[in-house]
Design a protein around this ligand. Structure first.
Ligand SMILES: Cc1cc2nc3c(=O)[nH]c(=O)nc-3n(C[C@H](O)[C@H](O)[C@H](O)COP(=O)(O)OP(=O)(O)OC[C@H]3O[C@@H](n4cnc5c(N)ncnc54)[C@H](O)[C@@H]3O)c2cc1C
Ligand SMILES: Cc1ncc(C[n+]2csc(CCOP(=O)(O)OP(=O)(O)O)c2C)c(N)n1
Ligand SMILES: [Mg+2]
Length: 582
């Protein structure tokens, strides 16, 4: 039987081990859809409601499995819809392959319908970007696309004109001999040079107050980070994407850093005299030590990232785990534990504060209470996905990640709406794990139709929607950073329980802290897709670990300039600080 170019594409994906594609059909990809139909015993097509969700699912799938995520969209609008999710993958460095259709090859750029040259549109997002010109062009393009996505940790894009997908003739140019390209991925990473390792050890051995800053690139180095921290007597500070690199209960961990971080992490960075960065590009330099304060060493797979945010003396290019293993035999155990012990005392106080905030009994309920109860109800293998918004603060501080659990959000693009599709991507990859989306009512409403995808594929995703009827993060930014009263942030309320039921999922509502734990446990234990609407106080601000004088001043100004909720806000924790200034 003759095969089409689309068959060659799908079969090559299967050769590479791809077994799942997230997407939505259209007449620009009918050839590929037909081939997916005839190969459905080897490759699953997950039919989504919005292509943006397909790209997020592919990104989430890649984040939690380390494998290639694949998404598919039709020509023109379908491809355009993918873009936000693809930028998320680009910025958080995830291997994702996007496949799109295009107009017929002999009508491109003739004002025909859906005439969007997606390869041109995707130039900036993709590390590899190819317009497939014929059946004989498929094999080598797919091989390169996948190798580029996995090898360079980024987005690859293949676009195929609709008629080329159906092409059966395999006429090749005389240089393009068949079977000369390979579906083999080279693995491995550079090995840091011995001189760099020696110099790093000298710096760390001489330090009195070393800190380890460990991010997403160190997720595979839990034991090594803890061993290095034990040797050095160093606290481990975790940028948000690195939340899972060591458990939050680790004696070395001081939690996150930045606006949603912890006070002990901030203090450790302010006081340290050496900084060992491992697999992180943490963007907020205002939280880093002052240049000259701490001697810097950085481990990163990508030489371009060395010295990006802090003037390091030594850069070690390599994999976090292997590099730490090479470094550790050169480290001496620090007898002086005072710096680590100080961080541990501060963490004990911080944990008490978090429990206090998570167990508040106020009505309306504080959002921290929901995150606190979620944390208690999580299973040991939970995958927790979140969104951009105040929810990121609640989850970062209240979910105490354990060994075996995973966490992510859209770190560097910081987009809304990724959290729910990430959880779906995770659940598709791991049908038996607990997959949670902890999202805001604004972000969730952008892609809420994917509830129907969960029902269709019987995916038992649990979605916790923090309902504050506002774009909370922006409301607080308007006030605290700019001194403006809130504007344009109110959300028309949605009844999420009814929405869940309308989609065929189960809906629960939590609005009373006294019932929060019981309902959360019951909802997470319920089979199938479940939505938990948590009605919370919209006036609870996500306070930074330490409020600066300028922030408090701006906040006070926003209240004085006519903030509509000033009465209620003045009763919250941040209100105390503001009242000192008015
Ligand atoms: C609403 C919102 C608020 C936020 N607030 C904060 C905040 O307060 N604090 C905070 O920390 N973040 C915050 N973030 C996220 C923040 O923007 C960054 O995305 C995050 O800090 C980056 O974390 P990272 O450095 O671990 O990851 P990345 O920026 O992805 O860096 C990972 C690094 O590891 C390298 N790498 C990859 N694999 C390996 C390997 N095997 N070995 C060695 N190196 C490797 C990569 O080359 C890269 O340089 C927020 C995000 C949102 C949406
Ligand atoms: C696609 C996109 N649009 C806008 C923003 C700006 N933004 C960041 S957080 C946020 C509010 C999120 O609101 P919600 O999901 O309700 O969460 P909350 O802050 O209320 O917890 C907005 C509008 C963004 N990051 N991404
Ligand atoms: Mg909201």
């Amino acid at each position: 039987m003759s095969t089409t170019a689309a068959d060659d594409l799908v079969e090559r994906l299967i050769d590479w081990g791809v077994d799942t594609i997230f997407g939505l059909p259209g007449d620009g990809i009918n050839g590929i859809m037909e081939s997916l139909r005839t190969h459905q015993d080897k490759i699953r097509f997950i039919h989504v409601r919005h292509e943006e969700a397909a790209a997020f699912m592919a990104c989430g799938y890649a984040k939690f499995t380390g494998r290639l995520g694949v998404c598919l969209a039709t020509s023109g609008p379908g491809g355009i819809h993918l873009l936000n999710g693809l930028y998320d993958a680009k910025l958080d460095r995830q291997p994702v392959l996007a496949i799109t259709g295009m107009a017929f090859h002999d009508l491109i750029h003739t004002f025909t319908q859906q005439d969007v040259e997606l390869d041109k549109l995707f130039m900036d997002v993709a590390v590899y970007n190819q317009r497939i010109m014929g059946k004989a062009h498929v094999e080598n393009s797919v091989d390169l696309a996948i190798r580029a996505a996995l090898g360079y940790l980024g987005v690859a894009h293949l676009t195929i004109p609709a008629d080329v997908q159906e092409m059966e003739s395999d006429e090749r140019s005389k240089r393009n001999k068949p079977n000369h390209t390979s579906d083999t991925l080279a693995s491995g990473a550079p090995v840091p040079d011995p001189a760099g390792l020696r110099q790093s050890a000298e710096i760390l051995n001489a330090a009195r107050k070393p800190v380890i800053l460990a991010g997403q690139g160190a997720l595979n180095a839990t034991d090594q980070l803890e061993q290095a921290a034990e040797l050095l007597g160093a606290p481990i500070v975790k940028p948000l994407l690195g939340k899972g690199c060591v458990p939050d209960a680790s004696p070395y961990a001081t939690g996150g850093i930045g606006l949603l971080g912890t006070a002990p992490s901030q203090a450790a960075l302010e006081e340290c005299d050496a900084l060992l960065m491992v697999g992180t590009s943490f963007p907020y330099i205002e939280f880093m030590p002052k240049p000259g304060q701490a001697r810097g060493i950085q481990i990163d797979l990508d030489p371009l990232r060395i010295g990006l945010r802090y003037p390091v003396e030594v850069g070690l290019v390599g994999d976090s785990r292997a590099t730490l293993e090479a470094l550790m035999p050169l480290l001496q155990r620090h007898a002086d534990r005072a710096f680590l012990e100080k961080a541990q005392q501060r963490m004990a106080d911080w944990r008490k504060l978090m429990v206090e905030r998570g167990t508040r009994t106020d009505v309306p309920m504080k959002p921290q209470v929901v995150a606190y109860e979620l944390n208690r109800a999580l299973s040991d293998d939970a995958i927790v996905c979140s969104d951009s918004g105040t929810i990121a603060t609640w989850v970062a501080r209240q979910v105490e990640i354990r060994r075996g659990q995973r966490f992510s959000l859209s770190g560097n693009l910081a987009t809304m709406a990724n959290g729910f599709p990430y959880a779906i991507g995770a659940q598709v990859a791991y049908p038996d794990r607990q997959c949670i989306a902890f999202v805001g009512d604004g972000g969730f409403s952008m892609l809420m139709a994917e509830l129907s995808t969960c029902v269709k594929y019987k995916l038992p995703v649990k979605v916790v929607v923090i309902k504050n009827n506002t774009l909370g993060q922006i409301k607080w930014e308007q006030m605290v950073f700019l001194g403006h009263p809130e504007y344009g942030v109110e959300l028309e309320p949605i009844d999420h329980v009814k929405l869940a039921e309308a989609c065929g999922a189960r809906g629960f509502r939590i609005d009373d802290p006294a019932d929060a734990g019981r309902i959360m446990q019951a909802a997470l234990a319920a089979p199938g897709p479940v939505l938990i609407e948590a009605v919370v106080d919209p006036n609870e601000p996500p306070t930074p670990p330490r409020i600066t004088r300028d922030q408090a001043q701006k906040f006070a100004e926003s209240l004085l300039r006519g903030e509509p909720n000033r009465g209620k806000i003045a009763l919250t924790a941040i209100g105390d600080r503001v009242r000192e200034l008015i």
